[in-house]
Ligand binder design. Sequence first.
Ligand code: GRF
Length: 191
Amino acid sequence: KKIAIFASGNGSNFQALVEGIQRQKLAVQVVLLVCDQPQAHVLQRAQQLNIPIWTASIKQFTDKTAFETAILTELQQLDVGLVLLAGYMRIIGPTLLQAYPQRIINIHPALLPQFPGRHGIEDAFAAGVEQTGVTVHYVDAGIDSGPIIQQAVVPVQPQDTVASLSARIHQTEHWLYLAGLEKVLATRSLK
Ligand code: GRF
């Protein structure tokens, strides 16, 4: 099974996925990193890990459909059957959603349906909740709204800052995304 990972930024989840898939000998192959930010740190990680890269800014295209069509062409050429979003800061449009129904997965740094959107960690911290967490879920047309695959709770400690809470959440993300992927592979027949 061939997988593409989409990322826009630091790429710690990208690296944890690639290394975890190798370490645990999962029956999948990461064949492509798709990155919409040509300066992102994740590109260096992909080079070091020998993962092929497709990167372009959406500004190089006439519109989002053209951008996604270019990505789709690449995915189809490589026979990609599953897409994992790992800090990809763009809403997936109909072009990709229709080509990969229930085959695009995202990780979100909060316990959905609580705190969707770009600032899940900060929003949970500001709300003063005693626990937050991480969610792995299928992507649909909404924002962080698709069916949930797996969640893990992360406690908020009294002395926490946004930074210390973020660090704990990211550590959780790195194993939960792998666990969610394993669950999907065990329960779905994907090409
Ligand atoms: C993660 O917190 C992920 O949940 C969110 O974006 C962040 C990406 O971090 N969607 P990284 O680039 O994987 O380090």
